[in-house]
Design a protein. Sequence first.
Length: 256
Amino acid sequence: MKPLTEKRSLAGHGRGLVFGLSAMQGWRPTMEDAHCAVGAVPGLADHAFFAVFDGHGGARVAHFLASRMLERVRATNEFAEYAAARSRPRPPNAAPRQAGVERLGAAARVAFAACDAELERGGWAAREGSTANVVFVTPSHVICASAGDTRACLLTRAGASELSSDHRPDAPAETARIRAAGGVVYHRRVLALDTPPGGRRETLGVSRAFGDFAWKSAGARGDAGGQQPLSSPVTAEPELRVWKRNAAGDEGLVIA
């Protein structure tokens, strides 16, 4: 067996940004990853949106997220509040607005929960899922929401800065959270909650992901109100990080 090295690539641009993306199946039996790149977000033309979704157990969850995540973010009250605040008139030559970026992060958190709830209602994602790394680039900040082990890294003249961390079962904080939620870490992976005694052990290599409902506690899987609790062995609750942009020092952003 040889790896499939054919690449699907695309280039684009937004307000002051140039971006490129490329996807290759490699050694995997099927291509399970998806992405989304929007140089100008509808309603916020000076904002860009980039996301990578790393599927497992199939490609459907990753493709669902690529088609729905930005739509779900834009449908939140938090996004509406943020966009309204930015649309208010400013004095001439005023510095770019920096306040309120936490509302955009909150919108992403609500959208993560809403997407996971929609997947659960669909009833087909018990044993397939996807990680996610979602990034908004605003005129003043970079906002990253991540669940799983898809990574984002900001490149500056001073070096590289991580915008996300891996959510894996063997990370000490995640191990403690999984066990507190009644889950089991088995050989550095999470054991499915419906594993019968003495039965075949089904495990998952990430502790945060969309779908994968065989690893999620009933009643703690996500809801359209944006409260995706951490009291489930596997959760789609994102980690949020905000980076203040520096026009003189920032050079690029990598999501993989």
